[in-house]
Design a protein around this ligand. Structure first.
Ligand code: NAD
Length: 480
């Protein structure tokens, strides 16, 4: 089948400053989910390519570290500008790989912002000093790890790349980034921009490939001193196990985020916020509020408003700017969601949608009155499927919200400030929104999960810190 793209795009691996084919000559297809046309045939990195990429990063690291914060910042700012200038190309590639409506593309400016932010933030990689021990000057300083591996998912791949690559480089590390096999194209486009921005060879290596063998080889490599991973909890567990002996891990994993709507909430705001959270990117958002708990006294009204808003989305070709509801990324994801629709039918009442078609579209779906122990409540669906259940007391709402292995995000809607603060404290979540839901802005807040949703934090200076080791230096002095 002919490619849907007229222009040629980069499909090779970026290793040691050179674009090259896979050493195994293997390739894999990227398919536009809407038409099922092939977008590109991408080079698949083999174990030898992982080895070469890690060696290149290891060799490039000392000079990059010693360049200093200001000079590293110049490269990051150049890259930010190039990403901004490539907005349209990146938008098209992201839509063609993921099926997300082009109308929802904000990612180039968000990614550029992250590179610009960390370009200026590198200087904050500081430590502390103390003269408290007699005859000693004690210093605690921060240093880059060396070679770090970044493994990213297919959801918002460009922003995921920027959220890890920018702080890792600003902190002075050299990088091997593995994109998702489902959405490697914007990472490869950025690889071209990295070349254009003049980064020294080997500082950034970008490889495409599957979890196995590419990701697994990277995660267990002894030269890789730190891994930053975003993806599913199941993969995160595998990486933890594979890398147990070799390196530090930072994990951003799955979620099953609750939103609690109290009787005094502004219902229109609550509906607008929660509907956006679960519908954006067809529900393929880690922090999407897939469980909504509404006070029983306003449940009927809330559901009516929510249903109207949820049903009003425009499904169609994701490249059409009027499309507001796209498809799931592939057959695997689509079939997973169909299974959850069956579970919903058995464990609750279907209130909207519930159907899917073979174009990988899943209609916005609401289930009500779902059994709290059912898989639909306990597992991540990663689709536009929301459960709306009720509660009668604050304690019950907290118990239901916290009855989950996940703890990524939670939201509470109320006009009572005391209650909002009580809930923000009580909810098991890395982020709690009061009268608002996801997403969050990495330049405004930290982001990460409690429980099985991950460890460590991204955003702000947390990201920078996650790419730095702490070293104590004790200097014995003559009597001061
Ligand atoms: P995934 O876990 O299937 O894949 C993520 C990445 O890991 C891919 O690059 C994949 O190739 C790689 N991988 C797979 N097996 C591996 C292995 N054994 N060793 C090393 N690497 C391996 O996740 P996905 O389907 O791409 O993304 C969806 C998931 O990501 C959802 O669970 C979502 O909640 C989660 N997510 C979380 C956040 C967050 O910030 N918490 C953000 C986005 C997505």
């Amino acid at each position: 089948m002919e490619s849907i793209l007229n222009e040629s795009i980069e499909t090779r691996l970026l290793i040691n400053g050179e674009f090259q084919a896979s050493s195994s000559s293997k390739t894999f297809k990227v398919v536009y989910p809407y038409t099922k046309q092939v977008v590109a045939q991408v080079q698949e990195a083999d174990i030898q390519d992982v080895e070469d990429a890690v060696t290149a990063a290891d060799t490039a690291f000392p000079a990059w570290r010693d360049l200093g914060t200001d000079k590293r910042g110049i490269y990051l700012r150049n890259l930010a500008q190039l990403i901004l200038e490539s907005n349209n190309e990146l938008a098209k590639l992201e839509t063609l790989s993921t099926g997300r409506p082009i109308s929802q593309f904000f990612d180039a400016s968000a990614a550029a912002d992250l590179f610009a932010y960390y370009a200026g933030g590198g200087w904050t990689a500081q430590g502390t000093a103390s003269l408290n021990t007699p005859d000693h000057l004690n210093l605690t300083v921060k240093q880059p790890y060396g070679v770090v591996a970044l493994i990213i998912p297919w959801k918002f791949p460009l922003v995921m790349l920027a959220g890890k690559l920018a702080p890792a480089l600003a902190a002075g590390n050299a990088v091997v980034l593995k994109s998702s096999e489902k959405a490697p194209l914007t990472s490869l486009y950025v690889a071209k921009l990295i070349e254009k921005a003049g980064f020294p060879a080997g500082v950034v290596n970008i490889i495409s490939g599957f979890g196995n063998p590419t990701g697994a080889a990277l995660a267990s490599h002894m030269t890789v001193r730190c891994i930053s991973f975003t993806g599913s909890t199941a993969t995160g567990q595998k990486i933890q196990a594979a890398a147990a002996e070799s390196n530090m891990k930072h994990m951003e994993l799955g979620g099953k985020s609750p939103a609690i709507i109290f009787e005094d909430a502004d219902l229109e705001t609550a509906v607008a916020q929660t509907q956006f959270s679960i519908q954006f990117n067809s529900g393929q958002v880690c922090s999407a509020n897939s469980r909504i708990y509404v006070h029983e006294s306003v449940a009927k009204q809330f559901v009516k408003l929510f249903r109207e808003k949820f049903a009003a989305v425009q499904m169609g070709d994701p490249l059409d700017p009027s499309t507001t509801h796209g498809l799931q990324i592939d057959l695997l994801q689509y079939n997973r969601i169909k299974d959850y629709l069956d579970i919903g039918e058995k464990n609750g009442t279907l209130s909207l949608g519930g159907d899917a078609n073979d174009g990988f579209f899943v209609r916005p779906t609401i289930f009500e009155g779902v059994d709290e122990d059912s898989r639909l409540i306990q597992e991540e669906v990663f689709g536009p499927v929301v459960v709306i259940n009720t509660f009668s007391t604050e304690t019950e709402a907290i118990e239901k919200a916290n009855n989950s292995e996940f703890g990524l995000h939670a939201a509470v809607f109320t006009k009572d400030i005391d209650r909002a603060v009580r809930l923000a404290k009580a909810l098991d979540a890395g982020t709690v929104g009061v009268n608002c839901t996801s997403p969050t802005n990495a330049k405004d807040t930290g982001f990460g999960g409690f429980k099985m949703s991950g460890n460590g934090r991204e955003g702000l200076l947390y990201s920078l810190d996650s790419f730095l080791e702490t070293k104590s230096i004790l200097i014995k002095t003559a009597r001061l």
